[in-house]
Design a protein around this ligand. Structure first.
Ligand SMILES: Cc1cc2nc3c(=O)[nH]c(=O)nc-3n(C[C@H](O)[C@H](O)[C@H](O)COP(=O)(O)OP(=O)(O)OC[C@H]3O[C@@H](n4cnc5c(N)ncnc54)[C@H](O)[C@@H]3O)c2cc1C
Ligand SMILES: *[C@@H]1O[C@H](CO)[C@@H](O)[C@H](O)[C@H]1NC(C)=O
Ligand SMILES: *[C@@H]1O[C@H](CO)[C@@H](O)[C@H](O)[C@H]1NC(C)=O
Ligand SMILES: *[C@@H]1O[C@H](CO)[C@@H](O)[C@H](O)[C@H]1NC(C)=O
Ligand SMILES: *[C@@H]1O[C@H](CO)[C@@H](O)[C@H](O)[C@H]1NC(C)=O
Length: 457
C-alpha cells in the first residue's frame, strides 16, 4: 500500500493559498486540489457536477419512479431500547423514568429526566418538523405493487427492508425533503458515536466523549496513515455522508416561522459552526473533502452500472408508458454523462490481490457497513431516519455495484448457471436519490462559498 503514503503527501501540498483568514477561506482552504486516494481534484468535480450532472439528476428524481421510496420506518432499533426524549411522537407525553434511561446515559440521568419535561415544547416542535408525509394517490399505489424484487443477499453491503411487510410504506421524497429538523443533542450524538466508535476501523482504541461540548472533542475515528487504504476509505465514506447531512440542514434551515408559513434557507453561521477551520480545530475542511470522496465513489458506480440499464428489457416501470420511456432515456443520458467523467475512481485499487486477506477485508467491510444500515433504525427523528436509511442503502448499492463478483452485463447470459447481477427497485431508487443528495451538497457548497465571501471577515 505504498500509494497511501504518497497520496497522503499530496493532500498536504494541495493547500491552496488565497486570501488567508477570510470566512470563505476558513471553510474552503483545503477544499481544493487533488483528493487523497484518487486521481481527481475538487475543481473538476465542482464543474462537472454543477453543470452536467446536477440539473439532469434533479429532473430524473422528480419523476414518479424515483420519488416514491418504500421504507419501513418502524423496524425498531436492534441495539438498544429506544427511549428517546425528542423527535418522537411519544416524547412529549411520556418522559423516561430513570430506570428506562440507557446505560450509556446513566451518568447524566438525573439531569436527563429533569430535562425531559422542560423540553416538551422543543420536542413537539421537533416532531412536527420531523414528520413524514405518507400521502400517496391510489393509482400510484397500484402501479407500485407491480414492481418486482430480486434476491441476492450475498452481494449486499446493506440491509434491505422487507418491502412486503405491512410496516413498510411508500414515502414521497419530494414531500419530505431532507432539511433542518431540530434533531440534536444526546440522541443524535449517540448515533454518530456508535457509528464512529463501534463501527469504524480504527488504528487503535480511542475513548473520547463524542459530546462536542467536552473539552477534548475532535474526530473519534482518527485516520492514521498506517491504516490501509480500504479502512481509510470506509471512514471517509461515512464522514462524507455525515458532512452531506450537515450541509443540507444548514442549507435548508428553519429561518423563520409564523402562523402562516415556515421560511427555509441558508444559515451561514450554522455552516461555519460545522465547517470553519478555526471553529472545528481544522476538521471542517477535511470533512468537506470526504464529501468529494463519497461523490467519486457513487459516480463511479453509476458509470459502471450503465450496461445494466441499457438492456432493452429494463424499464422504469410506473405504468405510464410515455413517461416511463422518457425517463429511461433521461436515465441513460445521465449515465453516459457519468461515464464520460475523465478522472474516475479506480475501485480495483481496493480489495486488490484476490487473496484470502483481501477477501476477509472485504467481508469485514461488508458486515460493518451492514451494521451501520441497521443503526439507522435507531435514529429517533423519523425524517432523519428516512434519509439516513435511504442514503446508507444508496451507498450500499454503489458498493455492491463496485465490488460484486457477478458480471454486470448488457445481455443477461442465459446459459450461465450463476444468477446474473440484479438490482431491486428499492436499490435503484436509493442509489439515485443518495447520489442526488451528494450532488446537491456539492452544488450547495458553491452557494455557501459565495455567501461566505460576502461576509466582512
Ligand atoms: C443518520 C442521521 C441523520 C440525520 N439527519 C438530519 C436531518 O435530516 N436534519 C437535521 O437537522 N439533522 C439531522 N441529523 C442530526 C445532525 O447530523 C447532527 O447530529 C445534529 O445537527 C447535531 O450536530 P452537532 O453539531 O452537535 O454535531 P454532529 O453532527 O452530531 O457530530 C458529532 C461529532 O462528530 C464529529 N463530526 C461531525 N461531522 C463529522 C464529519 N463529517 N466527519 C467526521 N466526524 C464528524 C465531531 O466530533 C462532532 O462533534 C441526523 C443525524 C443522524 C445520525
Ligand atoms: C402531504 O401531501 C399532500 C399532497 O399529496 C398535501 O395535500 C398535504 O398538505 C401534505 N401534508 C403535509 C403535512 O405537508
Ligand atoms: C453493530 O453496531 C452496534 C451498535 O453500535 C455494536 O454494538 C455492535 O458491536 C456492532 N456489531 C458488529 C457485528 O459490528
Ligand atoms: C443560524 O444558526 C445559528 C446557530 O448556528 C442560530 O443561533 C441562529 O439563530 C440561526 N439563524 C437563523 C436566522 O435562524
Ligand atoms: C455464458 O456463460 C457460459 C457459462 O458460464 C460461458 O461459457 C459463455 O462463454 C458465456 N457467454 C457469453 C456471451 O458471455
Amino acid at each position: 500500500m505504498e500509494t497511501c503514503v504518497l497520496l497522503l503527501g499530496l493532500f498536504l501540498t494541495s493547500v491552496h493559498v488565497t486570501t488567508a483568514g477570510s470566512a470563505a477561506h476558513r471553510c474552503f482552504c483545503q477544499v481544493t486540489g487533488t483528493l487523497d486516494d484518487c486521481a481527481c481534484d475538487v475543481e473538476t468535480i465542482d464543474k462537472f457536477n454543477n453543470k452536467d450532472i446536477f440539473p439532469k439528476l434533479q429532473k430524473l428524481l422528480s419523476s414518479d419512479y424515483f420519488r416514491f421510496y418504500k421504507v419501513n420506518l418502524n423496524n425498531g432499533c436492534p441495539f438498544w431500547t429506544d427511549h428517546s426524549q425528542c423527535g418522537l411522537k411519544y416524547c412529549a407525553v411520556k418522559p423516561c423514568s430513570p430506570d428506562e434511561v440507557p446505560e450509556g446515559l446513566k451518568s447524566s440521568s438525573y439531569k436527563y429526566s429533569e430535562k425531559a419535561s422542560h423540553d416538551t415544547e422543543e420536542c413537539e416542535k421537533a416532531e412536527k418538523l420531523g414528520a413524514v408525509n405518507g400521502s400517496l394517490s391510489d393509482e400510484t399505489r397500484q402501479a407500485l405493487q407491480e414492481w418486482k424484487k430480486y434476491d441476492d443477499e450475498s452481494d449486499r453491503f446493506c440491509m434491505l427492508d422487507d418491502e412486503d411487510s405491512p410496516e413498510s410504506q411508500y414515502v414521497d421524497l419530494l414531500l419530505n425533503p431532507e432539511r433542518f429538523t431540530g434533531y440534536i443533542g444526546a440522541e443524535a450524538w449517540r448515533i454518530w458515536n456508535s457509528i464512529y466508535e463501534e463501527n469504524c476501523f480504527k488504528p487503535y482504541s480511542v475513548n473520547r466523549p463524542l459530546n462536542p461540548l467536552a473539552s477534548n472533542s475532535g474526530d473519534l475515528c482518527i485516520v492514521s496513515p498506517g491504516l490501509c487504504v480500504e479502512k481509510r476509505a470506509f471512514f471517509r465514506l461515512i464522514s462524507g455522508l455525515h458532512a452531506s447531512i450537515n450541509i443540507h440542514l444548514s442549507a435548508r434551515y428553519l429561518l423563520d416561522e409564523n402562523w402562516f408559513e415556515m421560511k427555509w434557507g441558508h444559515n451561514v453561521s450554522e455552516f461555519q459552526q460545522r465547517f470553519d477551520e478555526d471553529l472545528t480545530k481544522g476538521e471542517g475542511p477535511k470533512r468537506l473533502r470526504n464529501l468529494y470522496f463519497l461523490y467519486l465513489i457513487e459516480l463511479r458506480a453509476l458509470a459502471k452500472i450503465l450496461p445494466y440499464f441499457e438492456r432493452s428489457t429494463f424499464q422504469l416501470y410506473t405504468g405510464q408508458d410515455t413517461q416511463d420511456d422518457q425517463n429511461k432515456k433521461l436515465l441513460l443520458e445521465l449515465l453516459h454523462v457519468a461515464k464520460s467523467f475523465p478522472l474516475h475512481f479506480d475501485e480495483t485499487a481496493l480489495f486488490a490481490g484476490n487473496n484470502k486477506e483481501a477477501m476477509k477485508l472485504k467481508e469485514d467491510f461488508k458486515l460493518t457497513f451492514k451494521n451501520i444500515s441497521r443503526i439507522m433504525d435507531c435514529v429517533e427523528c423519523f425524517k432523519c431516519r428516512l434519509w439516513g436509511k435511504l442514503q446508507t442503502q444508496g451507498l450500499g448499492t454503489a458498493l455492491k455495484i463496485l465490488f460484486s463478483e457477478r458480471q454486470i452485463e448488457a445481455m443477461p447470459n442465459t446459459s450461465n448457471t450463476n444468477p446474473s447481477f440484479q438490482l431491486s427497485r428499492q436499490e435503484i431508487v436509493s442509489l439515485f436519490n443518495a447520489f442526488g443528495r451528494i450532488s446537491t451538497s456539492v452544488r450547495e457548497l458553491k452557494n455557501f462559498r459565495s455567501l461566505l465571501s460576502k461576509l466582512k471577515q
